[in-house]
Design a protein around this ligand. Sequence first.
Ligand SMILES: Nc1ncnc2c1ncn2[C@@H]1O[C@H](COP(=O)(O)OP(=O)(O)OP(=O)(O)O)[C@@H](O)[C@H]1O
Length: 285
Amino acid sequence: MPPESSSSTGDALVQLRDVTFGYGDRVVLRDLSLQVPRGKVTAIMGASGGGKTTILRLIGGQHRAQQGQVLVDGQDVGAMDMQQLYAARRRMGMLFQFGALFTDMSVFENVAFPLREHTQLPEVLVRDIVLMKLGAVGLRGARDLMPSQISGGMARRVALARAIVLDPALIMYDEPFAGLDPISLGTTAQLIRRLNDAMGLTTIIVSHDLDETFALADHVVILGPGNVAAQGTPDAVRASSDPLVHQFVGALPTGPVPFHYPGPTVAEDFGGLAAARGNRGEGGA
Ligand SMILES: Nc1ncnc2c1ncn2[C@@H]1O[C@H](COP(=O)(O)OP(=O)(O)OP(=O)(O)O)[C@@H](O)[C@H]1O
């Protein structure tokens, strides 16, 4: 696979090029193009159901684009066979919402799990790596606790240590702040930034927390229906004149983002009922 020319792409670790993807007949992303700059924190935001998690799944190779390309470090994820995909995924840490821990394993064993699955490292090295990663999230002292003995915020940090234990190049967080109190939320945001910078990572966050995410991210992508409404630095995106971006950034209840999920019209769904009421003389209101 030829490397991407840096002149056309900047230095992007991940690129989606004219990607179209749908579930069954329902097209979720249409000709969507976006860039994830290397070494930076990129936030993907937008209305609920807009396809943010779908984008993460395309990057992780859990879904394949029906048209277009998903390039990770210049390699087309959609064209990989299982072995290549497996190798590519080892370079990606993924932390999905509430990144569930194995409840029957200690904190230490949870973090050690990917090392035991994917490497044949001797136990002394496993121990050092796990303690180093737990140290990075401030939980070296919690190694022997079980998931039931730690708070939700701590569990999130253990999941984070587990996601970075194989030293990925890219880490993706889906809703890392969901359900956290304001202090844990601030700690998690700081940690995401610190890990990104200290480990030379590239980070993608899908998040609904506008203020926290704009404060944290270097690059923001706002999704509109099926496509990118705006992308750039947080300041550039805030200044966008696109009505959808304006609605989103201003958290306005009305604007181009529809309230209703696409479906039959009211007349189609309730027409029979209205007609029946009409026949019984109830249709006045
Ligand atoms: N496995 C699936 N099968 C069918 N439809 C799906 C599937 N996963 C997601 N969808 C639909 O695709 C659309 C995009 O979903 P996705 O989860 O990517 O959106 P999102 O932007 O992450 O939403 P949210 O912010 O609410 O998490 C939604 O309308 C959803 O109902």
